[in-house]
Design a protein around this ligand. Structure first.
Ligand SMILES: NC(=O)c1ccc[n+]([C@@H]2O[C@H](COP(=O)([O-])OP(=O)(O)OC[C@H]3O[C@@H](n4cnc5c(N)ncnc54)[C@H](OP(=O)(O)O)[C@@H]3O)[C@@H](O)[C@H]2O)c1
Length: 233
């Protein structure tokens, strides 16, 4: 079991949304220190929280975080972006930006922190995917989360040799800024964070954060044309 108590944790995008809930949850479980990042400077009064700037699209920014957080033992690749639009007609820069943040960003973080996790005993890397990793209809966001899922699964193999636990998280709608315009049932970020931490501490390698995600995962062996995102779902 990878207990969070006493550990040093990094949460990318820890200022708000699910990231803020993850910071609260790891502290509730006794984390010794949490590096929480945002793209601009902010403060947090809790003595265990160290705030840090991070732009996951910048290798230099990721390297600077890794230099500061060289005592990290658990890294949450939580930062992500949703730029809605169809794959065919949306501006191509929005598609590449989505992949840069949601796929290459977490990979930059994983590459920078792998030696740190190895030096600190192995630890864990937790990557945020989505139920849209498995469903058509999510545009560049869904495609990026499918790629992120694959990256995580390969990183799990590559990091096994240094005893780093790699956890992939799939979730449906979570009640954060990202989906504030969508009027559908959403899970509370605190509930998702608790489920992720339960999975991490139980050494689960894939966390399904809600019932919708469990249903879609069970359908993966069925016809691919049924794996479609629909707001009527
Ligand atoms: N909300 C959902 O329904 C849902 C469902 C499944 C999966 N997810 C995934 O869960 C994760 C958290 O999402 P959320 O709902 O909390 O989203 P959110 O409320 O939009 O917050 C996004 C977070 O990512 C950070 N971020 C965005 N772009 C970044 C960049 N280029 N560099 C560094 N940090 C960046 C933001 O930091 P700043 O404070 O600097 O803006 C913020 O902390 C994401 O990976 C998302 O794809 C969300």
């Amino acid at each position: 079991m990878v207990a969070v108590a006493g550990r040093v944790v990094v949460v990318t995008g820890g200022r708000r949304g699910l990231g803020a809930a993850l910071v609260d949850e790891v502290l509730a479980r006794g984390a010794r220190k949490v590096y929480a990042t945002a793209r601009s400077a902010y403060t947090d009064d809790r003595p265990e929280v160290v705030t840090a700037d991070l732009e996951v699209r910048s290798a230099a920014s990721v390297a600077a975080l890794a230099e500061v957080a060289s005592d990290a033992e658990i890294v949450f690749n939580n930062a992500g972006t949703l730029l809605p639009g169809p794959l065919l007609n949306d501006a191509f820069e929005r598609v590449t930006a989505t992949f840069d943040v949601n796929v290459f960003g977490p990979l930059r973080v994983a590459r920078a922190f792998a030696p740190i996790l190895a030096a600190n005993g192995g630890g864990a890397l937790v990557n945020m995917h989505s139920v849209l990793s498995w469903l058509a209809g999510g545009g560049a966001y869904g495609a990026s989360k499918a790629a992120a899922w694959s990256v995580t699964n390969s990183l799990r193999l590559e990091l096994a040799r240094q005893d780093t636990q790699v956890v992939g998280v799939h979730a449906g709608f979570i009640d954060t800024d990202m989906v504030s315009a969508i009027e559908l049932p959403k899970t509370k970020p605190t509930d998702v964070a608790a489920r992720i931490l339960d999975g991490l501490e139980d050494e689960v390698i894939e966390v399904l954060a809600d019932d919708a995600t469990v249903t879609v995962k069970a359908a993966l062996s069925g016809p691919v044309e049924r794996l479609v995102f629909s707001t009527a779902r």
